[in-house]
Design a binder for this molecule. Sequence first.
Ligand SMILES: CC(C)(COP(=O)(O)OP(=O)(O)OC[C@H]1O[C@@H](n2cnc3c(N)ncnc32)[C@H](O)[C@@H]1OP(=O)(O)O)[C@@H](O)C(=O)NCCC(=O)NCCS
Length: 218
Amino acid sequence: MMRAERTPRLPRDNARVLGGIVRGKRTTLRVPTEADLTGFARWAADLRVRGALTRAYWDEPAMLATWKERLAKQSEDKSSTLWAIDGEGALAGSCRVEYAIEPGHFGNDGIGITHFTIEPDRWGQGLGSDAALALHRWIFDIVHARFAHTALAAHNAGALRVAERLGYETYARGTAVHYGDGRYVDGLQLRMDLTTWDERWGATEREYPVPLGEELEA
Ligand SMILES: CC(C)(COP(=O)(O)OP(=O)(O)OC[C@H]1O[C@@H](n2cnc3c(N)ncnc32)[C@H](O)[C@@H]1OP(=O)(O)O)[C@@H](O)C(=O)NCCC(=O)NCCS
């Protein structure tokens, strides 16, 4: 396990920025540890994962030492959070979000999902949908962000299915804007609002119900 440095007590907002543990029904989002590095490194080099993506940030293949450096750097970054996803007792994936951190703005400018990967050998078992729902509970119920946004390659049918079921809508399409694995692919920009979360998932998934209504008019 990576040894955590003792840090002084953090102000309330910063403690929230760190992400913490988020539980889904079959998956748990948690702080990554050194034991996760081999999984991260393997997925980054897996052509099934690379072929689905439009870009490579956390996904660039690298040696384990480089992954360790990336993880250490990530843990210091106040404007993003990386989680490892556990699924039924084993590491099943990872996801990462970015946000604006000016005082009073956390969540208000939207939370961007920059990375979301499930172990390719376990695709199609519902783990992605479960972890994505847990992540959006964090985004909307815990952070209370007004909206979430992400970018997907237009051919990424699995990710689009997960996103559309959550309530994302495509608001922009770029034609042949990304080059990877020997071909150009279209890029989609997607967005989901707090109101959609409340309407679609309010009755079953809300963890910390907050009054919407008037608050959303403000
Ligand atoms: C996208 C991803 C996270 C989905 O994870 P998963 O665990 O396979 O997701 P689920 O098992 O919950 O499946 C989600 C839905 O997509 C569908 N799906 C999955 N792959 C599909 C494909 N190639 N074509 C059509 N539908 C597909 C599933 O049938 C399921 O729909 P259903 O519940 O209606 O049957 C996973 O494929 C992945 O890690 N891809 C590579 C990285 C990536 O693309 N990340 C997203 C962008 S950051």
